[in-house]
Design a protein around this ligand. Structure first.
Ligand SMILES: Nc1ncnc2c1ncn2[C@@H]1O[C@H](COP(=O)(O)OP(=O)(O)OP(=O)(O)O)[C@@H](O)[C@H]1O
Length: 360
């Protein structure tokens, strides 16, 4: 039996990337085809290491070779990834900026941002996290970094800030530069300058994803960030109550304004229900039910899931070690799922963008 590269490409041309709705060959996702007798090997270049469809795509590729070429073929597939970006990126080295937003305060936006950043890193992506919540920066506490001061160096008359590395990601918080016991009486322009420095003056190096924890609501910082930097998309965190949903809708409205025009990656509902430890089969919908899903369908964005009200989330946040790092806790896997769904949406948005590109 002689197998040719053309046969392999034709067979894999029958495998569709379910999100991007095109076949893997057209999407340039197949590389390194090697054939040795009945042995066939190749690499599949996914758009993110956090791809939730990895196993499914691998199976489909194997089946395509066996079905279209030969049942006798021995197939070996290297599943790898190259995170996509949009080529109009004005921040060199940073492929995708993900803004995490909420209408109201206290709905768990920082909790989602921290666990999302760590979840993306756990799948193998290079990740940074900016805490731009000037009114209540939570990253120093959530990462056990109270009192930490990032190193700043002078380079050709310019200040370079070194992000702090913890748990495998790079971090900067506006809280590292303010006194935690003093209110921050900054005026709009000062806030705007400080936030821009977190992006422009920091040595982020190469990042696949830069997660940005925004302040609640809509304000100066939102305008500064959305107008100053290429945001891949915004993630909306809400709780199920009507009051939270009404505010979340306002937040979404801002991202959708023509002058801002940031795609909504999806809606995450936090504190969806409470499960008492002694009655693990009971779910109590304390704040109502179905609100996040309703918001997502009203704005035509994907609903990315529910996070229950869990004591461990508060404890781990307050204890400086986000819950996702505790692999024995079932919520850890739930946060990884969430990170995968968010990465999937970023890849979809990038593929739809006019100047989308597979850039290393
Ligand atoms: N699902 C959850 N279960 C239990 N506690 C939670 C959950 N989500 C968040 N919390 C806790 O609620 C509090 C507020 O969460 P967080 O700081 O993430 O909210 P936020 O929306 O970022 O608030 P703000 O922007 O107003 O600072 C924290 O103590 C956090 O640990």
């Amino acid at each position: 039996m002689i197998i040719t590269t053309e046969q392999v490409l034709t067979a894999l041309g029958h495998v569709e990337e379910p999100d991007l709705k095109k076949d893997l060959v057209t999407l340039n996702m197949i590389e390194d085809i090697r054939i040795d007798g009945h042995k066939v090997s190749f690499s599949v270049i996914l758009t993110t290491p956090a791809c939730p469809l990895k196993a499914m795509i691998e199976n489909a590729c194997r089946n395509a070779i066996l079905h279209f070429i030969s049942k006798e073929a021995e197939v070996s597939i290297n599943m790898t990834s190259r995170v996509t970006t949009q080529s109009n990126n004005s921040l060199p080295g940073i492929k995708n900026i993900i803004a995490v937003a909420s209408g109201k305060g206290g709905v768990g936006k920082s909790t989602v941002a921290a666990n999302l950043a760590l979840g993306l890193a756990k799948t193998g992506a290079k990740v940074g996290l900016i805490d731009a919540d000037i009114y209540g920066p939570s990253v120093p506490i959530m990462f056990g970094l109270e009192g930490a001061k990032p190193r700043a160096t002078q380079e050709n008359g310019k200040t370079r800030i070194e992000p702090i590395e913890k748990y495998g990601i790079k971090l900067l918080s506006i809280g590292f530069f303010t006194d935690p016991d003093q209110p921050v009486p900054w005026r709009g322009p000062m806030v705007s300058t400080a936030v821009k420095q977190l992006f422009n003056d920091a040595d982020w190096g190469e990042l696949d994803y830069l997660v940005v924890d925004l302040p609640p609501g809509t304000g100066d910082i939102h305008i500064t960030i959305t107008q100053g930097f290429p945001i891949a998309g915004a993630l909306i965190v809400t709780t199920p109550q009507n009051v939270a949903l009404a505010d979340a809708r306002k937040g979404v409205g801002m991202f959708m304004m023509p002058a801002i025009n940031v795609p909504i990656l999806g809606v995450i509902e936090n504190m969806s229900y409470f499960v008492p430890a002694e009655l693990p089969d009971n779910k109590y919908y304390i704040f109502g039910q179905g609100g996040g899903q309703k918001l997502a369908s009203q704005i035509g964005a994907p609903f990315l899931g529910q996070i229950p009200l869990v004591k461990g989330i508060t404890e781990s946040g307050d204890g400086g070690r986000p819950l996702i790092l505790d692999e024995a806790n079932p919520m850890s896997a739930a946060f990884i799922d969430l990170a995968e769904r968010v990465a999937q949406q970023v890849s979809i948005v990038n593929a739809r963008a006019p100047q989308s590109a597979h850039i290393q």
